[in-house]
Design a protein around this ligand. Structure first.
Ligand code: ADP
Ligand code: MG
Length: 676
């Protein structure tokens, strides 16, 4: 049902909702609260702990205007059990008059500890005659929705008020009687948006009911598309000892045990006539590129082509150069296809892919454009898969391969996915962990410093870069915005203060040729300091760089910080990471920076991230803009999975079961792409 069917949704609201992926009344109803507030109970001040958001009813004992710092109205108020300070920064004259000593007010707000005891800044306030004569407070919890600019919580309440009466019509029961829980889907939705305050188990049941249905839809989608894939054949690429040996000789290092094991698994997969579907998961710097190369060597030895897709042009270029070097002794040609190259280069690469002259084609998103054709595509490798949308990945898989059957797929990521999550999301997708770093690496020594120490950091940089070290200085934003320290400003500052050290600024908007030249200069040692936006986040490999300074680190997520830090510590030299932050830090930002200073392993950090932020962040869904599951926590605790699997069996065995409708309800467009 179109959003226009609801009254009072104008173009602005529609646009804001669109940003959250909400484009129908159905998806609005499936936009679930992230938490709830209990505004149905008035609590005695004596029971309220600092940090609580609470409703309380107080009498004003004192009122004055304070001028220390910002002008504000300072009220002291109390009930029978204690007292609280109320502080209003914005107030009008008549408001001040109404808030006179002796009047009673029903308040809602977050109560904090201050120097003068409990304090509440800008509570919502409603005049009442006294503590015995309160207005009705309702009997449902107040939901708090994930939101975006232009949509205050009060707006969400109204949107849902308008949408909820349509729930029964839009969410008919789809589960067959044999598996349906007693509570109907539409009823559960209504309860999740308006749960009774007095019976917490109602909300819990409703959430379980919806989580069950969503997990079931996900499982059905995954099982269906996996079954489809299994009916397809793939070209057999037998193991080839000669090319394997030649490649290993070209590496210039001995493979780690973990690399060897994973390569062994891939070799066996490729030799089978079914499509491989394998996820290689390994921390930044563990050497996934070499594993990809080994897979590619076996496929090219069988006379088939390999497509390798990277999320950024910088990374694609780097992979093309690395692979060209490794494959040169094998006589395997490597072509590069990126958006930023001129038309002639592009035509040549397209031609090389279509004729089969290029055995390996490395590229960015440009790789899945319509015109790209392969003579005989045998293997698709996707690097840093969490950066891609699933749709893009599938487009490449489904590219008319020219070869017999579907191409094999190898997916690589540094973002660890907890096991239960992986199993449900990817079912029979095979997972190979690389749980070992190349020898001689020591953890990157990490410190967090306030920005006031920037001058000291620059001084120190001066000393160590003069001794030949190379450093990245990362700034989250390019141009000065409200909070951001601009990369441009830092670049200028460094040029001014360290004129004898060659430095340059790298950002996403530079022409491709300039980017390439800068990175080549940095790689070759001609630049000591590379100031960059987060464009360098994924994959960039310059082993000689041993220092990274991350400005405004408090603005970045844990996974992103870990990725950035992974740009150093790639050689044998002790590496350092400095996290500069703008105080004061929020509690979560503080925990994030602390975690980074003490933890170095991607899995440990991912667990921490899960604890601090919930699974969405961990999966990098924020980055790829894809939502996976609304009830990921239910997936993680695993409680429902047994019942979900049984229900999936029942529904798949029943030809009349509304499987497609159920999948569409929960996965929408993503339905087709459920299994990687
Ligand atoms: P990632 O897993 O982050 O993609 P890369 O493939 O970029 O890691 O490898 C990181 C660095 O480690 C590269 O410079 C690579 O050449 C090097 N490397 C990979 N495997 C080994 C190994 N077994 N021994 C030594 N160095 C290695
Ligand atoms: Mg990599």
């Amino acid at each position: 049902m179109k959003l226009d069917a609801l009254r009072g949704i104008g173009p602005r609201t529609r646009e804001a909702l669109g940003r959250l992926g909400i484009d129908s009344v159905e998806s609005l109803l499936l936009h679930l609260p992230m938490r709830y507030e209990d505004r149905t109970r008035v609590r005695p001040l004596g029971d309220i702990a600092p940090g609580d958001s609470a409703r309380f009813c107080v009498r004003i004992d004192d009122s004055r205007v304070g001028f220390g710092g910002r002008r504000s109205l300072l009220l002291r108020a109390s009930d029978a059990s204690g007292s609280v300070g109320l502080r209003l920064f914005h107030f009008r004259r008549e408001q001040q008059e109404r808030l006179r000593v002796g009047s009673w007010w029903l308040c809602w707000g977050e109560v904090r500890e201050s120097r003068w005891g409990l304090e509440c800044v800008h509570p919502q306030m409603q005049a009442v005659a006294g503590p015995e004569t309160l207005p009705p407070l309702g009997d449902t919890l107040t939901p708090v929705y994930p939101s975006t600019a232009g949509l205050p919580q009060s707006r969400w309440q109204k949107l849902l008020d308008a949408a909820l009466p349509r729930a029964a019509e839009l969410f008919p029961e789809l589960l067959p009687a044999a598996v349906a829980p007693p509570l109907a889907a539409a009823a559960a939705l209504a309860q999740v948006h308006r749960p009774p305050a007095s019976a917490p188990e109602v909300l819990e049941h409703a959430r379980d009911r919806l989580a069950f249905e969503e997990l079931l839809a996900q499982r059905l989608a995954v099982r269906r598309s996996r079954a489809k894939l299994q009916t397809r054949s793939a070209p057999r690429c037998p193991e080839d000892a000669a090319s394997a040996a030649a490649l290993e000789a070209a590496f210039g290092f001995a493979l780690t045990g973990a690399q060897r094991r994973v390569i062994g698994e891939i070799r066996a997969d490729l030799a089978r006539p079914q499509p491989m579907l394998r996820l290689v998961q390994g921390d930044v710097g563990c050497g996934k590129t070499a594993v990809a190369a080994a897979a590619a060597a076996q496929v090219t030895a069988a006379g088939l082509q390999v497509a390798l897709m990277a999320p950024t042009e910088i990374l694609a270029r780097q992979h093309a150069a690395t692979l060209a070097q490794w494959f040169a002794p094998l006589g395997v040609s490597v072509a590069l296809l990126v958006g930023g190259d001129g038309a002639a280069a592009r035509r040549a690469a397209l031609q090389a892919a279509a004729s089969g002259e290029a055995a390996v084609v490395v590229g960015t998103q440009a790789l899945f454009q319509e015109q790209v054709e392969f003579a005989a595509l045998g293997l698709v490798i996707v690097d840093e898969q969490h950066r891609f949308g699933v749709g893009q990945r599938l487009a490449l898989r489904d590219k008319r391969s020219g070869a017999d059957g579907a191409a094999h797929q190898l997916i690589m990521t540094a973002t660890p996915i907890p096991r239960t999550l992986a199993q449900t999301l990817y079912t029979d997708l095979d997972i190979s962990p690389i749980d070992e770093l190349p020898p001689g690496r020591s953890p990157v020594e990490t410190v967090a410093l306030p920005q006031s120490r920037r001058a000291k950091v620059i001084e120190r940089l001066h000393v160590v870069c003069a001794q030949g070290r190379q450093a990245y200085w990362v700034c989250p934003a390019l141009a000065e915005s409200e909070h951001a320290t601009a990369a441009e400003d830092i670049a200028a500052l460094l040029r001014e203060q360290l004129p004898e050290l060659p430095s340059a600024l790298l950002h996403g908007q530079l022409p491709a040729a300039d980017k390439r030249a800068l990175i080549d200069d940095f790689r070759g040692g001609a630049l000591s300091i590379l100031v960059a936006t987060t464009v360098i986040e994924v994959g960039l490999d310059v082993p000689a760089a041993s220092i990274i300074i991350i400005d405004e680190a408090e603005r970045l997520g844990l996974a992103q910080l870990h990725q950035l830090r992974g740009r150093v510590g790639r050689g044998r030299e002790q590496s350092y990471c400095v996290l500069l932050y703008k105080p004061p830090l929020s509690a979560t930002a503080q925990s994030r920076l602390d975690a980074l200073c003490t933890l170095h392993d991607g899995f440990a950090l991912a667990e921490k991230d899960l604890e601090l932020r919930g699974p969405g962040e961990l999966l990098g869904t924020a980055q790829s803009g894809e939502q996976r599951l609304r009830f990921e926590s239910a997936l993680l605790d695993g409680r429902l999975l047994g019942a979900v699997e049984q229900a999936a069996d029942v529904m798949l065995a029943e030809p009349a079961a509304p499987v497609p409708a159920l999948i569409r309800r929960w996965l929408g467009e993503r339905a087709e792409y459920a299994s990687v």
